[in-house]
Design a protein around this ligand. Structure first.
Ligand code: TYD
Ligand code: MG
Length: 458
């Protein structure tokens, strides 16, 4: 009974005692593979010594300064890191294959190196010549980054220990291979062991490490769920194929705010920083159209405008479709239910498609009113007033609730030429030049004022 599980789900990292076609924990199919058993105690193969030593205990007071940060000079990257690279920290950069992780990190490595930081870039995916060709394309051939193409972890650790760089980039963690673990590179055991060794090295030797990890289709790193818990900072590099925008998102950061994003544009000469993302996300917008609403949002520490698009059409299917890109589908279901129950606007029998333009993903509840506005505008085939932005959280009772940083939202909208904001009543909100705020206390008022439809369901 006390046998160690030796089957591991590559999608979620759950351990099982026997193989099966579907993982009971996360529901993924064909993701379970046999692994070397997770040994409980020290074995012959363990790297640590069998007998532990006495730990040194200390109190909670600190005489040390806050962690020193080394900015890269790439503003969008430094923002996401919380101001720069922290010494001895471990960072995981995840993303789809081909999204631009290697490009981003080579550019970052070059900038760090130019600032005088000793950087080693280890690639397990590409030959040194390929990386040099990329560097030439990025006009970085002259930068003092040191390069190696290697997958053997023992050799990498030996070299790093000799060279003691301030930053080591490992591209990617799935290609690394620890010879004391009996499973194939890319398996959960290998990824876990390699990450553990590299992170321990970082903590002991004062080197920061950046681990690159590929994400599977399901949006999870293959295996590295386990790595997420081990590192200090987890960044995701996201974007849509066919779109040039790329978003670097902090999902965990021990040394800074999570939820901060950096915006880049993929160009023929690498990634360029986007310093005014609102303009970028609205750049493809035509004249005000039914179903299109500009949401005044906050991403991390800065305001950001984005376009929410809805399409509502009578459904030929017995079960109407709900398709959402860039927003939470549960949230859409809730807003549809509130529109129906509180405002008497039914969506049964209609297919609903909802999309955030430009590949942005929005998780703020403050987007509720903008979503409702897009749905209503599409359903009624009526555009919103021109030059208007929308924000506000909707409660189950149909009330429109105040949001944080309302003033920053209004200022950003004014900066981009918008003149009207439709949102909740905000306490203590100073007027913003050039902006009229049309306040809505509840969704029924909003429906009545904007579209002149909906009845009192009482
Ligand atoms: P890459 O950094 O290799 O992605 P990852 O490491 O995440 O797998 O990026 C590869 C893509 O980026 C490839 O499709 C080509 C494109 N690209 C550009 O558009 N411009 C450039 O300057 C570079 C270097 C790559
Ligand atoms: Mg790569």
């Amino acid at each position: 009974m006390a046998k160690n599980p030796s089957f591991i789900c590559n999608a979620c990292g759950a351990a099982h005692t026997k193989w099966s076609g579907q993982c009971e924990t996360c529901g993924s199919w064909n993701s379970i593979t046999e692994e070397a058993p997770l040994s409980a105690g020290p074995t012959k193969k363990s790297l640590g010594s069998a007998r532990g030593r006495n730990m040194e205990l200390s109190d909670l007071s600190t005489h040390e300064d806050p962690p020193q940060r080394i900015p890269s000079g790439v503003g969008e990257l430094d923002r996401v890191l919380g101001g720069g690279l922290v010494e001895s920290s471990a960072i995981l950069v995840g993303g789809d294959p081909g999204i631009g992780k290697s490009t981003l990190l080579l550019q970052a490595a070059a900038r760090f190196a130019r600032n005088g930081l000793d950087v080693i870039y280890v690639s397990g995916e590409e030959a040194a010549e390929q990386i040099r060709m990329r560097a030439a394309r990025l006009k970085l051939s002259e930068s003092p980054v040191r390069l190696a193409a290697e997958t053997n972890l023992r050799d990498i650790l030996t070299t790093l220990d000799k060279e003691r760089p301030k930053l080591a980039i490992i591209d990617s963690i799935q290609t690394m291979w620890a010879d004391n673990v009996d499973s194939a590179p890319g398996s959960v055991s290998q990824v876990r062991a390699a990450s553990h060794e590299l992170i321990s090295f970082a903590k002991k030797r004062g080197t920061s490490v950046i681990l690159v990890g590929h994400v599977t289709k399901e949006g999870q790193l293959a295996g590295p769920r386990v790595v997420e818990h081990m590192v200090d900072t987890v960044l995701y590099f996201e974007g849509e194929r066919g779109h040039q925008f790329r978003i670097l998102r902090a999902v965990k950061n021990r040394f800074g705010p999570a939820d901060e994003i950096g915006v880049f544009e993929m160009t023929g000469r690498g990634l360029a920083e986007v310093t005014n993302p609102s303009a970028l996300f609205l750049s493809d917008r035509d004249k005000p159209a039914p179903g299109s609403v500009v949401f005044a949002g906050i991403e991390g520490s800065r305001p950001m405008l984005s376009e929410i698009q809805a399409l509502v059409a009578p459904s030929p299917h017995s079960q109407a479709r709900r398709t959402v890109v860039g927003l939470d589908s549960q949230r859409l279901a809730t807003i549809l239910a509130v529109l129906e129950a509180r405002c008497g606007v039914p969506f049964a029998g209609y297919d609903v498609y909802l999309n955030v333009a430009g590949g942005l993903r929005i998780s703020e509840p403050a987007a509720d009113l903008a979503v409702a506005a897009a749905l209503l505008s599409a359903r009624e085939d009526t555009p919103l007033p021109p030059e208007s932005v929308v924000f506000g959280e909707i409660s189950l009772s149909g009330a429109v609730r105040g949001v944080t940083q309302a003033e920053n939202r209004l200022k950003e909208a004014a900066k981009l030429g918008f003149t009207t904001a439709i949102g909740p009543e905000q306490k203590k909100l100073a007027p913003v030049d050039g902006m009229t705020l049309r306040t809505m206390s509840d969704l029924t008022t909003f429906v009545g004022e904007m579209f002149g439809t909906g009845e009192d369901p009482g």
